[in-house]
Design a protein around this ligand. Structure first.
Ligand code: SF4
Ligand code: SF4
Length: 117
């Protein structure tokens, strides 16, 4: 069963990065490989030997694991098993570290940036 939620985070009311960027990660992170956890059926294997989350390659990207409405209420349905790329992508100014990409994605959806640079 795939179950997840992001608790006590502004990300619960955002999801912009999941609907803006192409999400790639190493093949060994998929469930097809021993020790891998990212559900392989939600990914695709590109010619350049890199895995991507399905949906993020589209002209109007949206990860297939994202549920809900961007900017209102969302959840990652594979949160516990999401790729390292997602794990490393921090909410801007979490722990006092800015993330321009977070702000950029939010801006595309008309959401206020957390950062002032
Ligand atoms: S764009 Fe930033 S605030 Fe929105 S879900 Fe991604 S990390 Fe969270
Ligand atoms: S796997 Fe989850 S956190 Fe990563 S892009 Fe998809 S919905 Fe977002």
């Amino acid at each position: 069963m795939r179950k997840t939620s992001i608790t006590n985070s502004p990300c619960e009311a955002c999801g912009a990065c999941c609907a803006f960027f192409r999400v790639s990660f190493p093949n060994f992170e998929t469930s097809e490989v021993p020790g891998g956890v990212v559900p392989a059926d939600l990914t695709f294997f590109s010619k350049d030997a890199i895995r991507y989350m399905k949906g993020t390659e589209a002209k109007s990207p949206r990860c297939v694991a994202l549920e809900g409405c961007v900017g209102v209420r969302v959840k990652c349905t594979i949160y516990e098993n999401r790729p390292s790329t997602c794990r490393k992508f921090n909410l801007s100014w979490k722990n006092n570290i800015g993330n321009r990409l977070c702000d950029q994605a939010r801006g595309v959806f008309g959401l206020q940036a957390f950062s002032q640079y």
